[in-house]
Design a protein. Sequence first.
Lengths: 343, 343
Amino acid sequence: MARFPADPRRPLTLRDVSEASGVSEMTVSRVLRNRGDVSEATRMKVLEAARTLGYVPNKIAGALASQRVNLVGVIIPSLSNLVFPEVLSGISAELEDTGLQPVVGVTNYRPDKEEAVLYEMLSWRPSGVIIAGLEHTEAARAMLENAGVPVVEIMDVDGEGVDSVVGISHRRAGRHMAEAIVAAGYRKIGFLGTKMPEDHRARKRFEGFSEGLAEAGLAVSDTEFYSGGSALLKGREMTQAILARNPDLDFLYYSNDMIGAGGLLWCLENGYDVPERLGLAGFNGVDLLDGLPRRLATMDACRREIGRKAAEIIAGRPHGGMIGGEVIELEPVLQLGDTIRRR
Amino acid sequence: MARFPADPRRPLTLRDVSEASGVSEMTVSRVLRNRGDVSEATRMKVLEAARTLGYVPNKIAGALASQRVNLVGVIIPSLSNLVFPEVLSGISAELEDTGLQPVVGVTNYRPDKEEAVLYEMLSWRPSGVIIAGLEHTEAARAMLENAGVPVVEIMDVDGEGVDSVVGISHRRAGRHMAEAIVAAGYRKIGFLGTKMPEDHRARKRFEGFSEGLAEAGLAVSDTEFYSGGSALLKGREMTQAILARNPDLDFLYYSNDMIGAGGLLWCLENGYDVPERLGLAGFNGVDLLDGLPRRLATMDACRREIGRKAAEIIAGRPHGGMIGGEVIELEPVLQLGDTIRRR
DNA sequence: CCCGTTACCGTTACCGCTAACATAGCGCTT
DNA sequence: AAGCGCTATGTTAGCGGTAACGGTAACGGG
């Protein structure tokens, strides 16, 4: 039967497989990586030996020797946001058969955590880094610049990138939504969002939104912010609060679909005439909206597509080849849904 | 000013820092790891040099030399499920200041993918593995057994584990829910769930649920299954379908909260008297439910707690020390909410 | 003055694998 | 028969760190 290693506790190495199959370590290595010519006979012998021993190659040693690591660092602010898992899924799909593997780090929207996560990742010498946003600590930016591997900053194009950038313009997205709202005849507009100062994309949307309104001679009439807790519930609570304070608002713009959905539910329950008396809109285009009683107006953030393109850039770069960074701006699509009146 | 490396493209090594600070590589290594005695003077010199050079240690080399890797592999079926990010957050929180770092792999509920992901992870020789579920391919199970590191299987305790196990009994959870439903006087009961044969936990809940009903002389009257798409929307559609086919059902048990929420919304819109005429229940206890018009009955799956405990086991094991595997069964709490009538 | 301690720092030998370069054997040409 | 070009395999020398051990200066007690 199968020969077992001398010490059952000692982890297996190439040497064990090499001895079990009667060839050199190098040949075993070649077989297991499908590299170089190996005769069919020895190939079978080696594979057989590796399998019965239950050998798992040591990538640490392999990576050190070959100076190649098949990992791509992906740094995102959160996993509970629904948006980022979708980006991730785009990345995974694109990386699927490139031999590359995503490794995820989460920052919780904290710049210092981002810096720490990035440091940790770079210490594993990945083949590339995909990181959300354009705003980083000075140290983080320096690390990205000196990493010596392709870097793709995603989600946002409003700013200066280190290398490549894939995203949408949140500023223009906000402005675009403002224009649609104004065109639909709404005039007293409220904004509801997160309290996070570090969510730069939400901030940029708000800024663009304000600018858009300003061009029509309007301004945001009232705002409401939250942090933590169930977004759906917060959406309800904030909606109630802002309407109690300001009953004559005729439109509510939410910084994400989840609080928008909460607001929508609350408005419907409380007999608001949506979209005639009161219009609503969110942001992201999450598929949860499909299940709501009415379709919330929103704007698709191209999440999967962003992931795909970012991964494509990393995978496309020849080993170590540093082509200049490219900037890919995607176009978010406005979906009016049933919560903005149509003329 | 700072001395730059000879070739600006060549990545920095300990040697560069050592030369820049005039001490041996070993001393630099000691400083950067806070290990062994180093005089305050040289410590400062070294740190200064490392910082101005922008040196980032190479963990690949470090791990190979020290045979220590500060990574914990976490293998889960999906990230879009809302449940797993919560487990992850529990793991991260617990690992926070142990020096350990979670690395996530996603299987999409496919056993072959799980096997591949596990193989890939083990090839990085992590300090531990946390993996969802007790059902694995034969090869995967063998790998887990021979990994030589602590393994924690999470989410489920209904079955035989490889090493440690942390989770709840989904069979008992299903049974418990059945008992509550029967006690509340419901008699014609429908079940709605996913089509995935690989979601063993949903299957076990269903089995336990059926057993629970059987003890009261009842049986599941009708079932409806879905796959893919927006869970909220599917919940609606399935609810409509099952009630159209079987108008006299008086209870609907959903295999997760998301479809349950969709069902609840549909029922409310269509004027069903919930919970008198029709009772509803889901599973998981996601905080999205807080924002619904009515609180869906559910059962908390102890997601964060499972993550915490699993991480605790990994972190608690002394290096290489293989204490026998423990089994921790958590108790899910039934929350009746507003969709099961109370007597 | 010698020797043992202590505090600090350097040397050596790997860790497990792979790039790059030998080398052996073989059939074929000339 | 010598020489060539293959293919299949082996040998050597690291990759960039760290464990383990060794050495040295400074100091104090006997």
